[in-house]
Write a protein that binds this ligand. Structure first.
Ligand code: CAA
Length: 289
């Protein structure tokens, strides 16, 4: 059985592991400790159980997918992986440390891919065991639902690496798009200015949280309003991507909204801290402005 490694058992890593396991891959799911990796697997078990309840998948298929996911507390077993996907916290020093550790165990043919949403691939490649077998593979949240995968090659990425990762992405039933190694790639370059502008509008008193979300969601037929989506992504992540766009292009149109900066400084990071543009401590989200 083809083995895939996923490093990071949070929202993105667990989603990637779930989709790969449901597509028949054996998945090594690593995190900072075995306990954290097992918690990631427990979350996947819940989502698979819900899919069975909704009669979207058979119980036997859910069981088989779950059995293919093997939580790991260290990287020793990742030598068996043909592709290792790093989906850890969006901090460069953390990613570099993971690459250094994987470099000791990955096989000479293995590909290392990163799910970074904002860090330049060519720069990260400098910390990879082999820049020719390194590239970006950007999934969207929630991974089991969202169709696209952005593939981003660095300057040194080999054609064969792109071809192998593209074949893998297609085997997950995803739609592959190719992007150059430019700030924000495609989706975040287009999305972040919209989210940021909604936050500017809120900060300038154009409308309330509820009205901005209702207007954009209904007016543009988006499944979520921009402030709900920003909370869903995480306001720290939104700010990080806005800064990458701003610094990477030097274009003032990407400057982060002051209210976004303030919320992140307050530790109001969206759903994950139960407070962002909405308060998530009750049964229903309540707008905070
Ligand atoms: N994990 C797995 N599946 C999930 C999920 C999760 N966290 N959340 C929802 N789903 C699934 C549900 O199981 C359900 O599946 P079925 O229809 O097959 O039963 C489906 O999504 C719809 O869910 P719900 O009915 O509960 O809720 P909804 O209709 O409100 O949809 C949503 C939820 C799919 C998240 C939808 O609101 C949506 O598409 N929102 C926009 C998401 C988006 O824009 N994502 C991109 C973020 S940007 C990004 O990821 C890039 C980056 O680098 C920042």
């Amino acid at each position: 059985m083809n083995t895939i490694g996923v490093i990071g058992a949070g929202q993105m890593g667990a989603g990637i592991a779930q989709v790969a396991a449901q597509s028949g891959y054996r998945v090594l799911l690593g995190d900072v400790s075995l306990d954290v990796a097992e918690k990631g697997k427990a979350g996947i078990a819940k989502r698979l159980a819900r899919a069975v309840e909704k009669a979207q998948i058979e119980q036997a298929d859910a069981d088989a997918a779950l059995a293919r996911i093997e939580p790991q507390g260290d990287h020793a077993a990742f030598g068996q992986a043909t592709i290792a996907i790093e989906a850890a916290t969006e901090r460069e020093e953390i990613k570099r440390a993971i690459f250094a550790s994987l470099g000791k165990v990955l096989s000479a043919q293995a590909i290392l891919a990163t799910n970074t949403s904002s860090i330049p691939i060519t720069r990260l490649a400098q910390a990879a065991p082999d820049p020719a077998r390194f590239m970006g593979v950007h999934f969207f949240n929630p991974v089991p639902v969202m169709k696209p995968i952005e593939l981003i090659r660095g300057l040194a990425t080999a054609d064969d690496t792109v071809a192998r990762v593209e074949a893998f992405a297609q085997s997950l039933g995803k739609t592959v798009v190719h992007a150059n190694d430019a700030p924000g790639f495609i989706v975040n370059r287009v999305l972040l200015p919209m989210l940021n502008e909604a936050i500017f509008a809120l900060g300038e008193g154009v409308a309330t949280v509820r009205d901005i979300d209702a207007a954009v969601s209904l007016g543009l037929n988006h499944p979520m309003g921009p402030l709900t989506l920003a909370d869903f992504i995480g306001l720290d992540t939104c700010l990080e991507i806005a800064r990458v766009l701003h610094e990477g292009t030097g274009d003032p149109k990407f400057r982060p909204a002051p209210l976004l900066v303030k919320y992140v400084e307050a530790g109001w990071l969206g759903r994950k801290t139960r407070r962002g543009f909405y308060d998530y401590s009750g049964a229903e989200p309540v707008p905070t402005r």
